[in-house]
Design a protein around this ligand. Structure first.
Ligand code: SF4
Length: 358
């Protein structure tokens, strides 16, 4: 049974705005590169396609750690330069070196949110990559599938630890990477009639914030994420919206700016940025709070979302009013005079560092 009831015209409008903002590098998105693009661009120019694909595969798999994308980029770059055996399956599983590998891996992948099972998933995954027909090349996982959305997700999620979200992230990253680089893989994706969307926590928050989700039977992440990705893909196709652009636009809106606006990340800079520059300002109705108790229960907290104007007016929040009232205008002007909004570079710096962006 469907858990989610959509306001389809509104969702399509939101997807179109986000995709357009990303494609045209509007406002917030000026000078922003996606983490995975930046990773590939940072490799030496002579890096061959197979090694690039293995680097990208590593990036996708390390997302299982739950760490931030930019932390993972740094981690993969370290692995590329200092421990390439982690990336190349041909170098794994020399039995006498296994303990040393384990030690090195755990030293290298120092991620605070790292899951203890990551190493097992990783080594089992590399073993699977060595199988005949895959031949250490992650691109063969696509060619071995039946070429449909569900078939590709099934092929990729055969790996330990991989669910539909990471599988779709892998499909999206490889599809983007192949454009202009790998004609065979690019042609493969051109023949895939359906789309992919990796629905993460930001997608789930923003679809409610923007009024795209009207009603729901459950807001538990594990119950809604696949249905959401399926429905959003269908709407992208129906409206002729690039799922690659919509995916980047929505994710960056959440990850770069929206996290900064939440009460726990309260600061005037980001409220101003939201007001002036967020491409979704005209659609955004409410804020889904990152309530730890609800999150721990697996719920998105859709039912306790707060009216955006009200939350920004609350003096306890020390945020800027968006309703144009006297107090709001005064606060807005005072804040604007003392604290000009951050530049895109500042936002990128914040998102890559530890200044509080989710
Ligand atoms: S709360 Fe602000 S930053 Fe977040 S999506 Fe809405 S308008 Fe954009």
């Amino acid at each position: 049974m469907a858990e989610i009831s959509w306001n389809r015209p509104r969702t399509i409008e939101a997807l179109r705005i986000a995709a357009n903002a990303w494609d045209n590098k509007l406002g917030l998105f000026a000078n922003i590169e996606s983490p995975e693009d930046s990773l590939i661009q940072s490799l030496p120019p002579e890096t061959n396609l197979l090694l690039q694909a293995q680097v990208l595969f590593t990036f996708v798999k390390l997302n299982l750690s739950g760490e931030r994308a930019w932390t993972i980029v740094k981690q993969v770059r370290d692995i590329f330069y200092h421990a390439r055996w982690i990336i190349d399956p041909a170098h794994m599983y020399q039995a006498d070196l296994f303990n040393s590998y384990d030690y090195q891996f755990r030293q290298l992948i120092r991620m605070s949110g790292m899951r203890p099972e990551l190493f097992d998933w990783w080594t089992k995954g590399l073993k699977m990559l060595r199988k005949e027909g895959i031949d250490n090349d992650p691109r063969n996982l696509f060619y071995r599938s039946d070429g449909t959305r569900l078939g590709i997700i099934k092929s990729l999620s055969a790996f330990p630890g991989i669910g539909h979200k990471i599988a779709q992230m892998q499909a999206l990253d490889f599809q983007t990477w192949a454009q202009g680089r790998d004609p065979q893989l690019r042609d493969f994706f051109e023949n895939v009639a359906e789309a992919f969307i990796a629905v993460d926590i930001w997608w789930m928050r923003l679809m409610r914030q923007w009024g795209c989700v009207d009603d729901w039977g459950s807001d538990r992440r594990d119950r809604i994420s696949f249905e959401m990705s399926h429905d959003i893909c269908a709407m992208c196709r129906e409206a002729g919206i690039s799922h690659l652009s919509a995916g980047q636009g929505v994710w960056h809106t959440g990850s770069l700016v929206c996290g900064a606006l939440r009460p726990k990340r309260n600061d005037g800079f980001s409220a101003l940025w939201c007001l002036r520059n967020c491409p979704m300002n005209s659609l955004c109705e409410r804020i889904v709070r990152a309530d730890r108790a609800q999150t721990n229960r697996g719920s998105m907290g859709w039912d306790t979302a707060v009216d955006r104007v009200k939350i920004l007016e609350d003096p306890q929040m020390d945020l800027i009013s968006l309703n144009g009232g006297d107090r709001g205008r005064t606060k807005l002007l005072a804040t604007a005079n003392h604290h000009p909004p951050p530049t895109p570079q500042k936002l990128i710096q914040r998102s890559q560092g530890s200044l509080g962006f989710e």
